[in-house]
Design a protein around this ligand. Structure first.
Ligand SMILES: [Zn+2]
Ligand SMILES: [Zn+2]
Length: 130
């Protein structure tokens, strides 16, 4: 199995999903590719994910799943609010977060490389139950 074909299969896996919801752990990616690559070693998948993260094709973040999640770096950036109780994920457009990033860049002269911001908290339904 050539590494380039593993990378292509990973990209195809993401391409079949809506950008906002396609966040997979390395384990989930391995399990989804296994039917197509019965002989593949999990470490081959994990190494491909590392390479693709380094080259900026995919991003890695913590969304409270207990393991880091990968997602494709799309044209449209987006961010999330994640409920710590029910794990509901709310997707924010970049327009919502951009003013904050711009303000931080201005104040601290800091160039932001974070392209997928995840904020944790409690959703309205869970707050009501408390
Ligand atoms: Zn996302
Ligand atoms: Zn909730």
């Amino acid at each position: 199995m050539r590494t380039s074909s593993v990378e292509q299969l990973i990209l195809d896996l993401f391409a079949g999903q809506p950008v906002e919801t396609a966040h997979f752990t390395a384990q989930e990616i391995y399990l989804q590719l296994k039917p197509q690559l019965p002989a593949v070693n999990p470490s081959t998948i994990y190494r491909a994910l590392e390479r693709m993260t380094r080259s900026g094709k995919i991003s890695i973040s913590d969304m409270g799943k207990g393991a880091a999640v990968f997602e494709i770096v799309g044209k449209e950036r987006h961010h999330h609010l994640v409920c710590e109780t029910c794990h509901q994920v709310i997707t924010l457009s970049d327009d919502t977060i951009r003013p904050l990033f711009d303000e931080l860049s201005r104040q601290f002269g800091f160039e932001m490389t974070t392209n997928h911001l995840v904020l944790f908290g409690h959703c309205p339904a869970c707050r009501r139950k408390k």
